[in-house]
Design a protein around this ligand. Structure first.
Ligand code: ZN
Ligand code: FE
Length: 255
């Protein structure tokens, strides 16, 4: 049975997500930005939280764990990096590990750069990628703890997933990302199409997520650092993709 996925807006611009297995009733929260809206969504659906899948140690992703765990006695799965000091962890995960949520299976990809501990969760059967603050729609996370080459490798790992996979990311930053990307690639027709779609969704107060990876590969400039025209657009024709990626990230930071 396919997973039932709910988007739960949390804090200012975080996305909380509930992934429910209708066959067994098991329900996972991807990160726990804020307990109250997640509890309200669980109550509305009549679901009981069994697992929390943590992507990285930042407060806007772990802030709700203690309260949710106290209420549901759920298992907490988190990156193996013990230095990251995530509290209340039951299971530590690394590259290639699998997490079972009832009959659903999540596969762990290590995607460091934003933080060193950052992992992403792939539900292969459900064609869903939860990439938190590594890959946003038309953007990517800031590189706080890692290096640009490290983050670029993480993005390549996500880009290698099939086009029909849906991206569920950590924040609603798409409109700002589109504005930046259009400054680099004003003539990218796929980006222009996404820009229109995003403006319409935001005008209706709807999330811009999910989006397919196929669309992202064509329109997200941060996944396109190895495209010659993108390198040329930032004055780095012929330079390495990691350098082009770093330049894009710097410009977005300062933009
Ligand atoms: Zn973060
Ligand atoms: Fe975040």
């Amino acid at each position: 049975m396919p997973a039932d996925i709910r988007i739960v807006p949390c804090l200012t611009d975080n996305f909380g997500y509930l992934v429910h297995d209708p066959a067994t009733g098991a329900t996972a929260s991807i990160d726990a930005p804020e307990a109250a809206p997640l509890m309200a969504a669980l109550e509305k659906e009549g679901w009981k939280l069994t697992d929390i899948l943590v992507t990285h140690h930042h407060g806007d992703h772990v802030g709700g764990i203690a309260q949710l765990k106290a209420k549901y006695q759920c298992r907490v799965h988190a990156p193996h990096d013990a230095n990251a000091k995530i509290a209340d962890v039951d299971v530590r995960l690394q590259e290639g590990d699998f997490v079972r949520i009832g009959n659903l299976t999540a596969r762990v990809l290590e995607t460091p750069g934003h933080t060193l501990d950052h992992i992403s969760y792939v539900f292969d059967d459900d064609r869903a990628l939860f990439a938190a603050d590594t890959l946003f729609s038309i953007g990517c996370g800031r590189v706080f703890e890692g290096t640009y080459p490290m983050m670029w490798e993480s993005l390549l790992k996500l880009r290698a997933l099939p086009d029909d996979f849906r991206l569920y990311c950590g924040h609603e930053y798409t409109a700002s990302n589109v504005k930046f990307a259009l400054g680099i690639e004003p003539d990218n027709a796929d980006l222009q199409a996404r820009a229109k779609q995003v403006a319409a969704l935001r005008a209706e107060g709807k999330p811009t997520i999910p989006v397919t990876l196929g669309e992202e590969k064509k329109a997200n400039v941060f996944l396109r650092a190895d495209v010659p025209s993108v390198a040329a657009a930032v004055g780095l024709a012929g330079e390495s993709a990691a350098d082009v990626f770093g330049e894009l990230r710097e410009r977005k930071n300062n933009g």
